[in-house]
Design a protein around this ligand. Structure first.
Ligand code: ATP
Length: 134
Protein backbone atom coordinates (compact mmCIF):
# COMPACT_ATOMS: atom_id res chain seq x y z
CA UNK A 1 0.00 0.00 0.00
CA UNK A 2 1.21 3.56 -0.75
CA UNK A 3 2.52 5.50 2.25
CA UNK A 4 1.76 8.98 0.93
CA UNK A 5 -1.09 11.10 -0.35
CA UNK A 6 -0.84 13.86 -2.94
CA UNK A 7 -2.72 16.86 -1.50
CA UNK A 8 -3.79 19.68 -3.85
CA UNK A 9 -5.74 22.70 -2.62
CA UNK A 10 -7.19 24.78 -5.43
CA UNK A 11 -9.17 28.03 -5.45
CA UNK A 12 -10.52 29.98 -8.44
CA UNK A 13 -7.41 32.23 -8.14
CA UNK A 14 -4.57 29.84 -7.48
CA UNK A 15 -3.07 26.51 -6.56
CA UNK A 16 -2.73 27.15 -2.83
CA UNK A 17 -0.83 23.96 -2.03
CA UNK A 18 0.48 20.89 -3.81
CA UNK A 19 2.33 18.56 -1.49
CA UNK A 20 2.95 14.93 -0.65
CA UNK A 21 1.56 14.31 2.82
CA UNK A 22 0.94 11.48 5.26
CA UNK A 23 -2.54 12.38 6.49
CA UNK A 24 -5.28 14.94 5.83
CA UNK A 25 -7.95 16.05 8.32
CA UNK A 26 -10.71 18.10 6.70
CA UNK A 27 -13.81 19.99 7.92
CA UNK A 28 -16.65 18.02 6.34
CA UNK A 29 -20.19 19.37 6.53
CA UNK A 30 -21.06 16.36 8.70
CA UNK A 31 -17.96 16.74 10.88
CA UNK A 32 -14.21 16.40 10.54
CA UNK A 33 -12.95 13.43 8.57
CA UNK A 34 -9.49 11.96 8.12
CA UNK A 35 -7.79 10.51 5.08
CA UNK A 36 -4.87 8.08 5.19
CA UNK A 37 -3.12 6.50 2.19
CA UNK A 38 -5.22 3.69 0.73
CA UNK A 39 -8.53 5.41 1.47
CA UNK A 40 -11.48 4.35 -0.70
CA UNK A 41 -12.69 6.88 -3.32
CA UNK A 42 -14.81 9.50 -1.61
CA UNK A 43 -16.35 12.93 -2.13
CA UNK A 44 -17.50 15.31 0.61
CA UNK A 45 -18.72 18.87 0.85
CA UNK A 46 -16.64 21.00 3.22
CA UNK A 47 -17.67 23.66 5.67
CA UNK A 48 -15.80 26.82 6.72
CA UNK A 49 -12.97 25.66 8.95
CA UNK A 50 -9.46 24.32 9.29
CA UNK A 51 -7.89 21.59 7.26
CA UNK A 52 -4.67 20.04 8.50
CA UNK A 53 -2.14 17.68 7.05
CA UNK A 54 0.87 15.83 8.39
CA UNK A 55 4.37 15.79 6.94
CA UNK A 56 7.15 14.09 8.92
CA UNK A 57 4.67 13.73 11.78
CA UNK A 58 4.21 17.53 12.00
CA UNK A 59 0.78 19.15 11.61
CA UNK A 60 0.26 22.01 9.14
CA UNK A 61 -2.93 24.06 9.07
CA UNK A 62 -4.86 25.62 6.21
CA UNK A 63 -8.02 27.74 6.39
CA UNK A 64 -10.72 26.68 3.90
CA UNK A 65 -13.95 28.56 3.24
CA UNK A 66 -15.96 25.44 2.39
CA UNK A 67 -16.01 23.67 -0.97
CA UNK A 68 -15.41 20.04 -1.86
CA UNK A 69 -12.91 17.29 -1.16
CA UNK A 70 -12.34 14.47 -3.59
CA UNK A 71 -10.27 11.40 -2.68
CA UNK A 72 -9.17 8.98 -5.35
CA UNK A 73 -6.01 6.94 -6.06
CA UNK A 74 -4.14 8.44 -3.08
CA UNK A 75 -4.87 11.97 -4.26
CA UNK A 76 -6.82 14.42 -2.13
CA UNK A 77 -8.10 17.40 -4.09
CA UNK A 78 -9.68 20.30 -2.25
CA UNK A 79 -11.70 22.79 -4.28
CA UNK A 80 -12.47 25.85 -2.18
CA UNK A 81 -13.74 29.37 -2.80
CA UNK A 82 -10.83 30.65 -0.70
CA UNK A 83 -8.02 28.97 1.25
CA UNK A 84 -4.83 30.15 2.96
CA UNK A 85 -2.04 28.32 4.72
CA UNK A 86 -1.98 29.47 8.36
CA UNK A 87 1.39 31.20 7.83
CA UNK A 88 -0.10 33.32 5.05
CA UNK A 89 -3.20 34.55 6.87
CA UNK A 90 -3.31 38.29 7.51
CA UNK A 91 -4.68 38.24 11.06
CA UNK A 92 -5.20 42.00 11.22
CA UNK A 93 -7.40 41.73 8.15
CA UNK A 94 -9.34 38.88 9.78
CA UNK A 95 -9.80 41.03 12.92
CA UNK A 96 -11.24 43.80 10.77
CA UNK A 97 -13.54 41.36 8.95
CA UNK A 98 -14.75 40.00 12.29
CA UNK A 99 -15.45 43.51 13.59
CA UNK A 100 -17.40 44.43 10.46
CA UNK A 101 -19.48 41.25 10.60
CA UNK A 102 -20.26 41.77 14.31
CA UNK A 103 -21.25 45.40 13.73
CA UNK A 104 -23.59 44.37 10.91
CA UNK A 105 -25.20 41.64 12.98
CA UNK A 106 -25.54 43.91 16.06
CA UNK A 107 -27.08 46.78 14.08
CA UNK A 108 -30.09 44.59 13.11
CA UNK A 109 -30.65 46.77 10.08
CA UNK A 110 -33.68 45.76 7.98
CA UNK A 111 -31.35 45.59 4.96
CA UNK A 112 -29.06 43.11 6.70
CA UNK A 113 -28.15 40.03 4.73
CA UNK A 114 -28.02 37.81 7.81
CA UNK A 115 -26.61 34.74 6.10
CA UNK A 116 -23.84 36.72 4.39
CA UNK A 117 -22.83 38.48 7.60
CA UNK A 118 -22.90 35.20 9.54
CA UNK A 119 -20.70 33.43 6.99
CA UNK A 120 -18.23 36.37 7.05
CA UNK A 121 -18.16 36.07 10.85
CA UNK A 122 -17.44 32.32 10.64
CA UNK A 123 -14.65 32.86 8.10
CA UNK A 124 -12.98 35.53 10.24
CA UNK A 125 -13.35 33.45 13.42
CA UNK A 126 -11.82 30.36 11.80
CA UNK A 127 -8.94 32.36 10.32
CA UNK A 128 -8.21 33.90 13.73
CA UNK A 129 -8.31 30.48 15.40
CA UNK A 130 -5.21 29.55 13.37
CA UNK A 131 -3.07 32.26 15.00
CA UNK A 132 -1.64 29.76 17.46
CA UNK A 133 -1.19 27.03 14.82
CA UNK A 134 1.75 28.54 12.97
P1 ATP B 1 -12.42 40.10 3.75
O1 ATP B 1 -13.69 40.82 4.13
O2 ATP B 1 -11.25 40.51 4.58
O3 ATP B 1 -12.14 40.12 2.24
P2 ATP B 1 -13.60 37.51 3.41
O4 ATP B 1 -13.86 36.39 4.39
O5 ATP B 1 -14.83 38.13 2.83
O6 ATP B 1 -12.66 38.55 4.13
P3 ATP B 1 -12.92 35.78 1.27
O7 ATP B 1 -14.10 36.06 0.39
O8 ATP B 1 -12.92 34.47 2.03
O9 ATP B 1 -12.66 37.00 2.25
O10 ATP B 1 -11.56 35.79 0.41
C1 ATP B 1 -11.32 36.74 -0.64
C2 ATP B 1 -9.83 36.63 -0.98
O11 ATP B 1 -9.05 37.26 0.04
C3 ATP B 1 -9.31 35.20 -1.08
O12 ATP B 1 -8.29 35.16 -2.05
C4 ATP B 1 -8.74 34.94 0.30
O13 ATP B 1 -7.72 33.95 0.27
C5 ATP B 1 -8.20 36.32 0.68
N1 ATP B 1 -8.29 36.60 2.12
C6 ATP B 1 -9.38 36.95 2.81
N2 ATP B 1 -9.09 37.20 4.10
C7 ATP B 1 -7.76 36.97 4.22
C8 ATP B 1 -6.86 37.03 5.32
N3 ATP B 1 -7.24 37.39 6.55
N4 ATP B 1 -5.54 36.73 5.09
C9 ATP B 1 -5.13 36.37 3.86
N5 ATP B 1 -5.93 36.30 2.78
C10 ATP B 1 -7.23 36.58 2.96
Amino acid sequence: MATALQLDIVTPDQLVLSREVEYVGAPGVLGEFGILPGHVPFISALTIGRLYYKVGGKDHYVFVSGGFAEVSDNRVTILAESAEEAEKIDFNRAERALKRAKQRLDAKNAELNFKRATLALYRATERLSLQNRI
